[in-house]
Design a protein around this ligand. Structure first.
Ligand SMILES: CC(C)(COP(=O)(O)OP(=O)(O)OC[C@H]1O[C@@H](n2cnc3c(N)ncnc32)[C@H](O)[C@@H]1OP(=O)(O)O)[C@@H](O)C(=O)NCCC(=O)NCCS
Length: 334
């Protein structure tokens, strides 16, 4: 007999021994078996709104754990992440089927995404339930270095809105040599003004509504290294990278944008050189990024710096009146 029900902190005594199984904590994308504090922090945002956690209980123990986390970014609200850990393959499969049905009937998530070690035995379970293996990130997890596969499932019957064409980009103009320096909170107002332009927001995950205060708050507590390209004392573009948490702390995600008047004038190259040199100096071994599959200009730039396509995430972002897909690109630094 087994019982499937939502989980909460009262289940901690069962979660602790369950999480010690390496097959479980690796499946959940963790660096090590979670201790009580780690489980408590995971359960701190209770299941019921953004998080939806279920377990399968059998013979007094927990045999499978699943979590759906709704994406709260304004442009990805149609997406959710799936985390799955199971000690019994059969129970993981039952849990997965129930969670997919729950998602379709109650969350309406159009796209579910799940990242696993490439060799994780849960991968075939996902494929059997309509997931597609979209991306392979080589060496993305540490200890020892493991490849990560990203799987996704589009809700049956969901039709994405076709991606729209970009707003007209400025014609290529004379080339500029920018001055590159670390970003400062006082750059927030200029950054907001640049991002408010649809020709910039189009290529990013940002919204044209983000104001100076929003950027100031982010820049006052930076989570990585960010740089500004200055032309004639003005902010012409920004780029930065943010190291991932363990077990991917040797890798970082990259973001970049050049303000519309300066696009197509060679500003991105020196920014990218600084980003790569700084990441290497910090001992990072891998940088990756996500770029819309139709953002030819950016893809051309990334290829020039050695980035290689690792896969495509289908319809993962709402952009300028349509659903856009993103290419994942990676650069090995060591
Ligand atoms: C993508 C972006 C960062 C590139 O920066 P940039 O300073 O404009 O880039 P560059 O001037 O170095 O041009 C990049 C490449 O596109 C080419 N290019 C420039 N203008 C172009 C145009 N109008 N049409 C087609 N190709 C163009 C350049 O020749 C260059 O190719 P090359 O490296 O083979 O010489 C910038 O345009 C931008 O911020 N766009 C909006 C936000 C965005 O898309 N960010 C990327 C997030 S992943």
């Amino acid at each position: 007999m087994h019982l499937l029900r939502p989980l909460d902190s009262a289940d901690l005594p069962l979660l602790l021994p369950f999480g010690e199984d390496p097959g479980v904590w690796r499946g959940l994308g963790l660096a090590a078996a979670p201790d009580e504090a780690a489980w408590r922090s995971r359960l701190a945002s209770p299941s019921g709104d953004v998080f939806h956690r279920f377990g399968i209980f059998s013979e007094g123990g927990l045999s499978a754990f699943g979590e759906l986390q709704c994406n709260m970014r304004a442009r990805a609200r149609h997406c959710a992440w799936l985390f799955l850990g199971g000690r019994q393959h059969g129970h993981a499969e039952i849990l997965l089927r129930n969670m997919l049905s729950f998602s379709d009937l109650w969350l309406g998530a159009a796209r579910l995404e799940c990242s696993l070690d490439a060799e994780d035995p849960l991968g075939p379970l996902l494929l059997a339930q309509g997931f597609v293996r979209e991306t392979l990130k080589p060496g993305h997890r540490d200890g020892p270095r493991r490849d990560v596969a990203i799987y996704s499932r589009l809700r049956p019957g969901w039709t994405p809105d076709a991606p729209t064409s970009p707003p007209p980009f400025p014609a290529a103009d004379s080339r500029m040599i920018p001055h590159i320096r670390p970003i400062r909170p006082s750059d927030a107002t200029e950054m907001a003004a640049g991002m408010a332009d649809e020709r910039v927001a189009w290529g990013t995950l940002q919204l044209p509504s983000a104001c100076g205060d929003y950027w100031r708050t982010r820049l006052e507590k930076p989570s990585g290294s960010m740089f500004v390209a200055e032309v004639n004392g003005q902010v012409a573009g920004t780029a930065g990278f943010h190291p991932y948490p363990a077990p991917s702390a040797h890798a970082a995600g990259l973001g970049m944008s050049v303000h519309a008047p300066w696009q197509g004038r060679g500003v991105a190259g020196p920014l990218m050189e600084t980003v790569i040199a700084t990441a290497k100096a910090q001992g990072l071994q891998r940088i990756d990024l996500e770029v819309y599959s139709d953002n030819e200009r950016a893809i051309r730039l990334y290829r020039r710096f050695g980035f290689v396509k690792e896969g495509t995430k289908r319809y993962d972002v709402w952009r300028f009146g349509g659903h856009a897909s993103s290419d994942v690109m990676g650069l090995q630094l060591a």
